[in-house]
Write a protein that binds this ligand. Structure first.
Ligand SMILES: Cc1cc2nc3c(=O)[nH]c(=O)nc-3n(C[C@H](O)[C@H](O)[C@H](O)COP(=O)(O)OP(=O)(O)OC[C@H]3O[C@@H](n4cnc5c(N)ncnc54)[C@H](O)[C@@H]3O)c2cc1C
Length: 383
């Protein structure tokens, strides 16, 4: 029996562990640096059909319907005049049991975690050393414990320590000049929005998205991405983003970009800087990266979690079939999605009136153009 060591119990690590769990030739152990899995109550996640199809293979469709939501469309609004620009029918890519889904992130993580044996996750294990010895890999953790495995899967997120260790700190994420603002908003404060859809507001140097997270329609997820420069010192001081004064400053900066009925009613606001990847680290034989550790995108295509799931599935197939094409295939897919994410962010944040004019005209035309949509979204959602 081959031993699989996984570093990090996020969506990618948990999903790949779930896939190996079904295969008697492998034994998986996940090492997580925290003392438990964070189940941040409430915040939402969007999952497109490409990842729902893979999640269904491990029983995702059995999660109670009331805990998920299937939006029909994305409604685009212009922040400047609050008017609707156009809508895009995302349910076009749905099939009977595979639908674009929005939900609480905690429900997905809990589902992935609960399917694993309790002993499969070792908490309070932060990776410190990775040594390759012939065909095996020796892992050393902060508590001086060791583990020897045949395959190592590094899934410890955007600031991957595992990646730093194997690349000698050569590949670091960069600040995307944006602050993410996250919160929840009661539906009573959402006048004039279609609550069956995802509402996406685009405007100068800012975009925000509001969507339902379950079928009760009581509370909606708010996620905003605001252009914001930070100094090197501010970036190093992570506690800054939790300070009340910083959050108030960001709210003030957003004041003329979000309607006051929404801004003043967002609960549990959290702010954090958005980091993205600029480069890849090539996998070597039996050491692999997946999820944000492999590559993190700007959050303007809502593909981070879906790609974590897709990548995990590709990696699983490649290991069980003793193939070596995981890295090359993943890089080409990631490049395609990263280009679309960057283009979306550019269009969503446009401030020049001429570009805004063409952006709005483009949105009206392209959201109804089947050929364009098939190429831009279909290639991703129908994977
Ligand atoms: C603002 C914003 C909004 C987003 N919205 C969406 C969305 O709507 N839809 C979507 O698909 N994606 C979204 N994403 C992206 C998505 O959340 C991520 O791409 C995804 O969660 C990555 O999962 P992961 O498992 O690779 O990493 P993570 O979720 O970061 O998990 C990494 C795990 O590794 C552990 N770890 C870290 N260091 C160590 C160590 N040294 N040793 C051991 N364990 C360690 C961590 O504690 C953590 O549990 C969003 C991202 C942002 C920034």
């Amino acid at each position: 029996m081959k031993k699989i060591g996984i570093i990090g119990a996020g969506i990618s690590g948990l999903f790949v562990a779930n896939l190996f769990k079904e295969n008697p030739n492998y034994q998986v152990t996940i090492f997580e640096k925290k003392h438990s899995i964070e189940l941040e109550e409430g915040y939402g996640i969007q999952l497109s059909t490409n990842s729902i199809k893979l999640l269904n293979k491990i029983g995702f469709n059995e999660i109670e319907k009331r805990k998920k939501f299937n939006p029909e469309k994305i409604d685009f609004y212009d922040i400047k005049n609050q008017k609707k620009i156009s809508d895009l029918n995302i349910s076009e890519y749905n099939s009977e049991d595979c639908k674009y889904t929005t939900m609480k992130r905690s429900i997905l993580v809990e589902f992935l975690k609960n399917r694993l044996d309790d002993q499969a996750i070792k908490y309070e294990h932060s990776i410190e050393k990775i040594e390759k010895k012939n065909d095996q890999i020796n892992l050393t953790f902060n508590n001086n414990q060791n583990f020897i495995c045949d395959h190592l899967i590094i899934s410890d997120g955007i600031f991957s320590k595992g990646k730093s260790l194997i690349s000698n700190n050569q590949i670091q994420p960069t600040y995307n000049n944006c602050i993410a603002i996250r919160g929840k908003i009661p539906s009573v404060n959402l006048s004039n929005l279609n609550e069956m859809n995802i509402s996406l507001f685009v405007g100068p140097d800012f975009h925000y998205v509001i969507y339902p997270i379950d079928n009760s329609a009581g509370e909606f997820n708010f996620i905003g991405v605001l252009k914001h420069q930070l100094t090197a010192n501010e970036l190093k001081n992570y506690s800054l983003f939790e300070e009340k004064a910083f959050i108030e400053g960001i709210k003030n900066k957003s004041q003329n970009k979000i309607s006051s009925s929404i801004l003043s009613n967002i609960n549990n606001i959290k702010c954090f800087p958005v980091f993205v990847s600029k480069d890849f680290h090539k996998s070597v034989e039996n050491i692999h990266l997946v999820g944000d550790a492999f590559f993190a995108f700007p959050p303007s295509f809502a593909q981070g979690a879906s790609q974590s799931i897709e990548g995990a599935s590709e990696l699983f197939e490649s290991i069980i079939r003793s193939k070596t094409d995981y890295y090359i295939n993943r890089v080409s897919r990631v490049k395609m999605i990263n280009n679309r994410s960057k283009l979306n962010q550019f269009a969503f944040h446009a401030s020049n009136p001429i570009i805004v004019f063409f952006r709005n005209m483009g949105l009206k035309i392209l959201t109804k153009n089947k050929k364009f949509l098939e190429n831009y979204l279909g290639k991703i959602y129908n994977n």
